[in-house]
Structures are given as C-alpha cells and as structure tokens.
Design a protein around this ligand. Structure first.
Ligand SMILES: C[S@@+](CC[C@H](N)C(=O)[O-])C[C@H]1O[C@@H](n2cnc3c(N)ncnc32)[C@H](O)[C@@H]1O
Length: 233
C-alpha cells in the first residue's frame, strides 16, 4: 500500500454506461431522445452506448483528435494504472472494489468499454469533440442533459475554486435541462475546503442545486452527486 497515494496526472478512464447510470441515478429509459453531453468523455463508452439506446450523445475531452491506434495504446496503459491504483489503495474502496475477483471484473469491464469507445471514436468522429473546460465549443442550451464524471472535484488538488466555478457555469450554459456532476470529493475522498462556499455561490446565482445520494458505489467516500438546474432568474 502506498504511504502517500498520489495521482500525478488526470487519468483518461474507460468506464461503461452502466457505471454512469449508477453515478447519476439514471436508467436507460431516461436517456432515449435526449441530447446528452459527456464532459469529459475520456475513453469511456457512455456516448456510444447511449446512442444505441436512442440518445443523441456527444463527448468532449482535450485528448480527442489523436489517431484511434494511438488512443488504443493510451487507453490500455491508463487501465493498467487504474488496476494498480485499485490494488495499491484498498482502503479507499468498499468490498465491491477490493480483492482480485472484483478488481479483475472492474478492469475487464473497462477493457470492454475501451473497445466500444475506440470503435465509435473511429467510426463516428464527429461525436468526439476536442475541447476543455472552462470553455466549451457549443451554443447555449445545446443539450438536455450534461454529465460530468471524475474531473471536477476529483482533481481539486490541482484545479482551484475559480476553475470549478467557471467550469460549472459553462456546463450550465450549454444545458437546457440539468447538469449532473460526480463525485464531489477528490480521489482520496477529501472534500475541497471551498466546496460549501462554491455551492453557496451557485445558489446565490440562482442555480438550482441538489446534492443527491448515490446508491451503488465501489468507492468508500464518493457518496453523492450534484444535480444542477440552470439559472432561474
Ligand atoms: C478520469 S477521466 C474521466 C472520464 C469519464 N468521464 C469517466 O468517468 O470515466 C478525466 C478526463 O478529464 C479530461 N480533462 C482534463 N482536463 C480537462 C479539462 N480542462 N476539461 C475537460 N476535460 C479535461 C482528461 O483528458 C480525462 O480524459
């Protein structure tokens, strides 16, 4: 076990749609017919799988634009880093995220998600938009639902409060419906000291804010998601 676990870089993870449904308390039926942005998409298969369920989904990430073959190598290397993270830091995980069998199942699901992502990334490149928060290359209210997992708050050790406020307001700008963000603490489970203040500022800006429990988890501390509704004033 690492004495002081630390992630040097922001990981480019490959999560399946099933994980997203758990994080955000959604069902497959919630996605059909919706314009959805996955920001950041990483090497996750949400966008591909959501389209197969009838959604009009798009992913954004600064890494898009690389050749699929290059992305395949990066994706596999990144899964190996995640595997090592799970095995080196069992104290961060619930039983579902610990032990050889559970970790191997999670890693197999990530490889499957990476394969789905790579195929879609190659065949439907217009669905994978290069860009980065806090500026998104989309007109106002382009989406009905905006999902953001494992960037905001997760890496609060390197992205400050101003970045988070600007990034969240930008996600709200491009959403005509909701913005959902998960998780709300960093990869070690530490909540940013400015978290409550940021939530208060969003409420002051007339953003509808709900902090909702997440039912299925493998991580000990990532217990809640943030559901935001665009400014009502
Ligand atoms: C841990 S992955 C999360 C991917 C996916 N949402 C998931 O849950 O598996 C974090 C992603 O954030 C991307 N990223 C880093 N800085 C960013 C920024 N300023 N704006 C948008 N995405 C960024 C990285 O390239 C990486 O793919």
């Amino acid at each position: 076990m690492s004495a002081e676990p630390h992630l040097t870089d922001v990981l480019i993870t490959s999560r399946p749609l099933a994980n997203y449904l758990d994080f955000f308390g959604l069902t497959s039926a919630d996605l059909a017919g919706q314009r959805i942005l996955d920001c950041p998409g990483g090497a996750s298969s949400f966008t591909a799988e959501a389209r197969a369920l009838g959604a009009d989904s798009i992913a954004l990430d600064p890494t898009y634009g690389k050749a699929p073959t290059e992305f395949a190598g990066i994706g596999r290397d990144q899964i190996a880093l995640s595997d090592d993270w799970f095995r080196s830091n069992p104290q961060l995980f619930l039983p579902a995220g610990r032990g050889d069998a559970n970790i191997s199942a999670i890693i197999a699901a990530r490889h499957h998600a990476l394969d789905l992502f790579l195929s879609d990334y190659e065949n439907e490149p217009e669905r994978y938009v290069a860009g980065q928060l806090p500026f998104l290359p989309f007109p106002d209210e382009s989406f009905d639902l905006v999902l953001s997992s494992h960037l905001l708050f997760t890496y609060a050790d390197r992205f400050d409060r101003d970045f988070h406020l600007a990034g969240i307001l930008e996600l709200l700008r491009v959403s005509a419906g909701e913005v959902r963000i998960y998780p709300l603490s960093d990869y070690l489970g530490i909540t940013a000291p400015w978290f409550d203040d940021l939530i208060a500022e969003l409420r002051h800006l007339a953003v509808g804010v709900t902090i909702a429990p997440v039912v299925f988890r493998v991580t000990r501390s990532w217990t809640t998601q943030l559901i935001l509704k665009p400014q009502t004033l």
